[in-house]
Ligand binder design. Structure first.
Ligand SMILES: Nc1ncnc2c1ncn2[C@@H]1O[C@H](COP(=O)(O)OP(=O)(O)OP(=O)(O)O)[C@@H](O)[C@H]1O
Length: 305
């Protein structure tokens, strides 16, 4: 894989709190990567490091082969869209777009105009008078129309309605297909974007739990239902991530290991676990039982906690 950005053994401390602890990963060039994790996991912090908004307490961050901090050459090729983006008080929508057009060499004015129409945004309206969702739409337009070689969306759609979100996904995919670039997107709406993702990074309490291609995630875990003792017998050859039981009957999320039993053989009903369920189960799994503890030969690349 060619990396647009690399993060090597990065720790980020805020006085007493360690937001990222020894994180190493690469952001694949010309791919869409999802950055997932619970509140406070460290997603925004990682994006701030990648965009030169912060320098790590230790470790090294490189984007396009150089450190991003105060590096105009890197930052000109980077567009960072964050939730609740603020603009100067007097700015109208068109001022924000005009400002962005000056910043980004690859700016596509036609795409910006088409997106204004999609999101029904009045170009002449003062930004401070926009609704929350409309404000998010301004950021999304800038992020897409910038055509920046490295575009980061940090939970870009606060308040955006479901129709607008789907317009965003559609536009993102269509434009990315024509103009491949490196896109990193953090979101809590995992199922909505699961199909867009080519790579998945899952952070939990400042550590990477999952760093893999999305294809490997699909089919890597099953959700099984049945008598608890059968679930335990089945899970013995795999990784039990999460188990709910009621009166002896259970529902479990199990990461598959090669060589383990089939759910059928154990008399269990099984269905593939979707990305969102897997993220929930991995984030909730205690280190002693969580799949992330195990190094394995499975398709998933796991990082020890
Ligand atoms: N400037 C700061 N000073 C002190 N602590 C901070 C600072 N910025 C972030 N943190 C802490 O670092 C941790 C990671 O925060 P971060 O914003 O990266 O999480 P996140 O994964 O983006 O969360 P969310 O999904 O809620 O946006 C949190 O515990 C947060 O309180």
């Amino acid at each position: 894989m060619t990396a647009a950005a690399t993060v090597s053994d990065v720790t980020m401390r805020f006085s007493e709190h360690t937001a990222l602890a020894g994180v190493s990963t690469s952001i694949e060039q010309d791919a869409i990567t999802g950055l997932l994790g619970r509140n406070g996991a460290g997603k925004t912090t990682l994006m701030q490091l990648l965009t030169g908004h912060r320098v790590p307490s230790s470790g090294r961050v490189e984007v396009f082969g150089a450190r991003p901090y105060e590096n105009d050459d890197v930052l000109r090729r980077t567009c960072f869209i964050k939730e609740g983006q603020r603009y100067p008080d007097h700015f109208r929508v068109r001022d924000a777009l005009h400002g962005a057009s000056l910043l980004f060499p690859g700016w596509d004015a036609d795409l910006a105009q088409a997106l204004l129409t999609d999101f029904e945004l009045p170009a002449g309206r003062p930004i401070k008078k926009l609704s929350r969702g409309m404000n998010s739409a301004v950021g999304i337009i800038i992020g897409l129309a910038s055509r920046a070689p490295f575009t980061l969306f940090d939970e870009p759609y606060a308040g955006l309605d479901v129709v607008a979100r789907h317009q965003f996904y559609g536009r993102l995919l269509a434009d990315y297909a024509e103009h491949p670039r490196t896109i990193l997107i953090s979101t809590h709406l995992i199922e909505e974007i699961a199909d867009l993702l080519e790579r998945v990074l899952l952070i939990d309490r400042g550590r990477l739990l999952l760093d893999t291609d999305a294809e490997s995630v699909r089919g890597s875990a099953v959700t099984v239902r049945g008598p608890e003792e059968r679930i335990q017998a089945f899970a013995a050859g795999h990784d039990l991530l999460h188990l709910d039981t009621l009166a002896g009957t259970g529902r479990a999320v199990v990461r598959l290991r090669s060589g383990g039993d089939d759910p059928d053989t154990c008399g269990l009903m099984a269905e593939p676990t979707n990305l969102q369920e897997l993220v929930v189960a991995m984030s909730l799994a205690p280190p002693a039982t969580g799949g992330a503890r195990h190094s394995s030969t499975d398709a998933l690349q796991e990082v020890p906690r």
